[in-house]
Design a protein around this ligand. Structure first.
Ligand code: ADP
Ligand code: MG
Length: 333
């Protein structure tokens, strides 16, 4: 069966196969199979919705990634957006456009990765759309989550005096991509950060529930670029301390031999870590909650009064405004 092509199966049989793989989840009155999904949210919650596109040749290459990892990543990047609002992810929609000659095995692997990542976070696939693509794979994932009205964390709440904090380590995904582009082997640890990012869902919800963060974003374009979004939305300045950026062992090893790569921690993208600001009096409670749950967070700088300027306290002790250089689809550096 696995040698079948998508065109041998047809749209409706594929949808039926997808439907059979999805268990009925909490809150789903009607899922796949009608004109629209009918869903409920817990009382007092607001609906969070976010969507992301993944285009072959722009976001991924089949020769660098396997389809199961791609399915995982397509879902994880959406989970990360709900986490970045302090919410709980709940429902997923999958738009899939692939050439008719696509191996069914590739589609099955993609679905396996996507559904496993969704299930891991109790998220149910409730709809989507399926069509033929004349060339590249195009994947559109939409996620819905919920958040108690007063617990949503926007980008615009950072206050002078707040600590700037980030989860996990930064730069690993961008370093893996840089090495792949140069025909070098990034090694398993860096590759997994690039192909199978882990959305910080538990941390996001924790920050929302206990109202610990004043502003939050997930790092998709790059730490400096995403932090600048917080600074501009909040109309404050920020200084980050280069020496305090959390770096993985693998990242440090590469930077030791190639110092030019250090900038990837600041400007590289696709970390899918959470970047947030915390009032100093709440920092101790946050550190304790994260330690209990083995969630890694680091304080990397401070918010000041201002109008959106990001500065770097560099290794030489010099503080200077930085030229933000995150990923922009229409202005490639
Ligand atoms: P419509 O013509 O109303 O768009 P479709 O035939 O495209 O209906 O879809 C039928 C049902 O299957 C709908 O519930 C839709 O949400 C769902 N569906 C279609 N494609 C996918 C997919 N790739 N993943 C999940 N559900 C899908
Ligand atoms: Mg349709």
């Amino acid at each position: 069966m696995e040698h079948l092509k998508l065109q041998d199966l047809g749209e409706f049989e594929l949808i039926e196969r997808i439907r059979k793989q999805v268990a009925k989840g909490a809150g789903v009155q009607r899922g796949i199979g009608d004109d629209a999904a009918v869903l409920s949210l817990p009382d007092g919650h607001h609906l969070l919705t976010s969507t992301d596109l993944l285009i072959e040749g722009v976001h991924f290459r089949h020769d660098w990634t396997d389809c199961e990892a791609l399915g995982h990543k397509a879902v994880a990047v959406n989970l990360s957006d709900i986490a970045a609002m302090g919410g709980t992810p709940r429902y997923l929609y999958l738009g899939l456009a692939c050439p008719g000659k696509t191996d069914l095995a590739d589609i099955n692997a993609f679905l396996k990765g996507a559904l496993a990542e969704a299930e891991r976070h109790n998220v149910v696939l409730v709809g989507g759309d399926t069509c033929r693509s004349p060339g590249p794979w195009m994947i559109s994932v939409t996620i819905e989550g919920s958040v108690l009205a007063r617990q949503a964390i926007g980008r615009d709440g950072a206050q002078p005096g707040d600590l700037i904090m980030v989860s996990g380590t930064v730069g690993d995904s961008a370093l893996a991509l840089h090495l792949l582009r140069n025909d070098r082997d990034p090694g398993a640890a860096l590759l997994v950060r690039h192909h199978q990012p882990k959305a910080q869902v538990e941390l996001g919800r924790l920050l929302g529930e206990y109202r610990l963060a004043n502003a939050m974003i997930d790092i998709s374009d790059g730490l400096s670029s995403d932090l600048e979004h917080i600074l501009q939305a909040s109309q404050v300045n920020g200084i980050i301390v280069e020496d305090q950026l959390p770096l993985s062992k693998e990242f440090r090893q590469h930077v030791n031999t190639e110092p030019d790569l250090r900038g990837l921690a600041l400007n590289g993208g696709e970390d899918y870590e959470l970047l947030f600001t915390v009032a100093p009096e709440k920092a101790a409670a946050l550190t304790a909650l994260c330690a209990e749950r083995s969630v890694s967070i680091s304080s990397i700088g401070v918010i000041h009064e201002g109008c959106g300027v990001l500065s770097l306290h560099d290794m030489a002790g010099v503080v200077r405004p930085i030229l933000v250089r995150g990923y922009d689809h229409f202005c490639r550096s």
